[in-house]
Design a binder for this molecule. Sequence first.
Ligand code: PBG
Length: 324
Amino acid sequence: MSDYNLNLRRYRQTKAVRDMFATVEISASNLIQPYFVYQDLSESIPLPSIAGQNKHNLESLLKEVSLGLRNGVTSILLFFIPSSKGSCDFDYNFGSSVLKGLRAEFGDEITIFTDTCLCSHTESGHCGILENGEINNDKSVRELMKQAVAYASAGADCISPSDMMDNRIRGIRRALDEAGLSKTMIMSYSTKFSSNFYGPFRDAAESTPSSGDRKSYQIDFRNESDAMLSSLRDMEQGADILMVKPAGAYLDIINKIKSHQQMGKLPLAAYQVSGEYQALHIMAEQGLLDFDAAYLETLYAIRRSGAELIITYGANKFNQIIKR
Ligand code: PBG
């Protein structure tokens, strides 16, 4: 480039010209809509902590998923919230019955991801099994293997472990294969940071730790090596899809994983978490920004950084927003 008087405004002059030069695209089929499903819930009620989201039972979930389908969203991520909490040996019948209900209604039209974790089951609210105040890593992994086989047998297409125990991907892959479920995919929450932005979710999923925090299993945001190793290890242990979570404050990490020689070849998801999403709503409520426009800006930034799949609470609205 020898002439630095380059007129870049030529690229920006009209909407048609700007559309022509766009270098990233997002389609509703690359978005994943999360849902919170509660046991023993007589009717669906709005969740106060995450705008536009509800506490669902099977009936209201079926309605919402078919509305999503009409808007082009075919992938859903389910969080099951059982009514009773315990300390080990949990029961997965509730989640399994929801999965069977969805399959019966939608067949292969939808791809079902199930969050696989212990935090909504444990009395302690921790993602692993506590013994004498410490997380027992391997016992937790064995429980997660049981949960994965239960959900995959009931119809989940993709098991999504969010617990952050060591070596759960190897354990889960082995358990699925041994149960004859070699078709079931694994989307690992492979680079999951210990983040302040999960606050609204913990409120919704009844998973706030009753004591302590998650820093002994989720990644410290100052440690980039751990962030890379964590996804690399999960790839080597059999993850089909990697994930960075949260998304917005970690676009550099998404980009580094996508640029990595081996990891870059795997599909990469990014989770725009509850706090990131709710922050936009609160600013919009205060008249500080236009929600739809700002929301699209965050999604394109995540896509541009290298993630092919985005888990976002606004997935079902995307096609309507983009048409405006
Ligand atoms: C834990 C889990 C969390 C989220 C998804 N799975 C919370 C946590 O680790 O405390 C957060 C999602 C969000 O904030 O939107 N099973």
